[in-house]
Design a protein around this ligand. Structure first.
Ligand SMILES: Cc1ncc(COP(=O)(O)O)c(C=O)c1O
Length: 369
């Protein structure tokens, strides 16, 4: 990790990108069917498999994550789908499915709580499902779901495919694609992988591919089997964002040089540091104890301080944190601590938030008659 000055950008994605990674976007453009580019593309595969903890192929879409979510639902049997929801992004799976004219079921827990694997077991005993969807890291609430345990429940109680949105966690917290038997895993590169937005990486299991192959119509661009076939032929289905692939090439080396275990430990430590600071600063953690994300923290400011005002005052000082999301927009703010962010960067951010909070308190005292 280069030491290139203060990191002042703490959104829960897109995240801070190191300057040397940005530089790699300026590599000369080559044809995506050229031998040089094909060699680059082929070299990504084994490293992506290490990051995804899988022996399956990891495929690359030039798109944001939502496109792969939609494609994954289109390419999978859609008659009986159960969406596990605990916030805005897990609800997105359901919104996409309904936009396709389907009538899925939902198992929801309140925002701020994690999905309970026992509830999943009960739901699967009540009704047979083809597909279950979930989110690993619910970016709207700062909850990290126990996907390993959810996967065990799904596989023990059913033969449903399990589709997992790991958009804001993969690379910053453990996702054991093969060990947990995940049928589809997707991640946005603009989150814990610390790349500029524009690519989504995903893996599909053989089970997923076999069932998708039974469907007569999977679209063209949305057909995930087409991605796999083209990948096996050494390339991508259409013209990919080749500059992004150079950046991915460079960043994969950075990630693997750090090592997955060390990278996860750094993220975990940053979530613990944030919780400790929040307690000192009088901010309340929005996610339930035991369910807290390693890559971002969602917080309620001290009583009497409005979250949007705090976010705005920090932005005025050029410190960028995330506002709340969806129904929690007015009441929470979010600190992304993922990618190449280090504990020392966070400590500097905390000092600045403390100063803003003190200035608010002083202002309030001065205006009290
Ligand atoms: C958990 C999660 N899923 C899905 C998405 C949607 O990603 P995109 O904007 O890349 O489509 C996001 C974006 O923040 C997310 O955090």
């Amino acid at each position: 990790m280069s030491d290139s000055g203060a990191r002042r950008f703490f959104l829960p994605g897109p995240v801070h990108v190191e300057p040397d990674i940005l530089d790699s976007l300026t590599a000369p453009i080559t044809g995506h069917r050229s031998p040089g580019f094909k060699a680059l593309y082929a070299s990504l595969g084994p490293r992506l498999q290490e990051v995804f903890r899988t022996s399956q192929e990891v495929l690359i879409a030039t798109s944001s994550a939502t496109f792969v979510m939609e494609s994954a639902l289109i390419s999978a049997p859609g008659d009986a789908v159960l969406h596990l929801t605990c916030g805005a992004f897990s609800e997105r799976w359901e919104a996409i499915n309904r936009s396709l004219g389907r009538r899925p079921d939902r198992l929801s827990v309140p925002w701020g709580e994690a999905i309970d694997p026992d509830l999943v077991r009960e739901a699967l005993r009540r009704k047979r499902y083809d597909v279950v969807t979930t989110v690993h890291n619910e970016t709207s609430t700062g909850v990290m779901n126990p996907v390993g345990e959810i996967a065990r429940a799904v596989h023990e109680e059913s033969d449903a495919l399990l589709l997992v949105d790991a958009v804001s966690s993969l690379g910053g917290a453990p996702i054991e694609t093969d060990d947990w038997g995940l049928d589809l895993v997707l991640v946005g590169v603009q989150k814990a992988l610390a790349l500029p937005p524009g690519l989504t990486l995903f893996s599909i299991s053989d089970r997923y591919a076999e069932r998708a192959a039974q469907l007569p119509h999977r679209g063209f661009y949305t057909d995930l089997l087409r991605y796999r076939d083209k990948h096996r032929a050494g390339g991508t289905i259409t013209t990919p964002a080749t500059p992004q692939m150079h950046a991915l090439d460079h960043q994969l080396d950075v990630i693997l040089a750090e090592g997955m275990q060390a990278r996860w430990a750094r993220h975990r430590k940053m979530s613990e540091l944030t919780a400790a600071w929040a307690a000192r600063a009088g901010c309340e953690l929005a996610a339930a104890p035991g369910a807290r994300s390693w890559t971002l923290t969602c917080l309620r400011p001290p009583a009497g301080i409005e979250a949007p005002r705090l976010v705005g005052a920090l932005a005025d000082r050029c410190w960028i944190v995330g506002s709340g999301y969806g129904q929690w927009k007015p009441t929470t703010f979010r600190i992304g601590h993922m990618g190449q962010i280090r504990p020392t960067d966070l400590e500097t951010l905390f000092d600045n938030i403390d100063e803003v909070l003190i200035s608010f308190t002083a202002e309030a005292a001065a205006s009290t008659p």
